[in-house]
Design a protein around this ligand. Structure first.
Ligand code: 5GP
Length: 197
């Protein structure tokens, strides 16, 4: 997605060769127009898949799941990282190790909201080690729903996430694929997604 790549080049900050800061427009302060276009891009890629629900993980995936679900006309569900007292006991859960926070937490989704008749699209802001998306994929599998694929806004292609997901037979679509980055600049793999301008 050209506009996203241009924005990453303009406003992204390379903190190290493996960490990109995009919190001025993607995951702290958020650009709503760009977010809605991201949702439309994912919807266009997966339109023919008869998706019934979009799934993500709190917090940085929520606005992208919302935009994608809105464009597809379906609900979205976000996995919780901490169990609330209002949450049903009946949950699907999976452990996730956070790449940026260096901690492991248990994510959960109420069993009530996902079942074998669902066709699920998972989206998230970054695909890095794949831990978050693999945790979500486990939940979808356990529920008996069909996992249509995963969509990452930014994929760091030099990390192992895509390979691990593809090994599980999961379709991966990313709107910007970073091949390498350093203080000198950011290099994208082209094309990120052939069908998307
Ligand atoms: P993964 O589980 O694929 O390693 O990473 C998932 C989560 O880590 C993402 O949802 C994102 O919130 C965070 N993350 C991973 N890499 C980066 C990065 O380079 N920059 C930022 N800002 N977050 C990242």
């Amino acid at each position: 997605m050209k506009e996203l790549q241009e924005r990453i080049l303009r406003d992204g900050k390379v903190l190290s060769e493996s960490v990109l800061k995009v919190d001025s427009f993607l995951n702290h302060q958020v650009d709503p127009q760009l977010t809605m276009k991201i949702g439309e891009a994912f919807a266009e890629i997966f339109r023919s898949e008869r998706i019934t629900k979009v799934m993500t993980i709190e917090a940085s995936g929520i606005h992208f799941a919302m935009a994608t679900a809105y464009a597809l006309g379906v609900p979205f569900i976000y996995a919780k990282k901490k169990k609330a007292i209002t949450q049903a006991d009946e949950v699907y859960s999976a452990p996730v190790h956070s790449f940026t926070r260096k901690e492991t937490y248990q994510i959960s989704v109420a069993r009530h909201y996902v079942g074998k008749d669902d066709r699920i699209l998972i989206v998230d802001d970054f695909l890095a080690t794949g831990a978050a998306l693999i945790g979500l994929a486990k939940i979808v599998k356990e529920s008996g729903a069909h996992l249509v694929g995963v969509g990452a806004v930014i994929e760091k292609s030099f990390q192992e996430g895509r390979g691990l997901l593809e090994q599980e037979g999961i379709r991966v679509e990313s709107l910007a694929r970073i091949q390498s980055m350093s203080a000198e600049g950011i290099h994208f793999l082209q094309p990120a997604t052939p069908s998307i301008k």
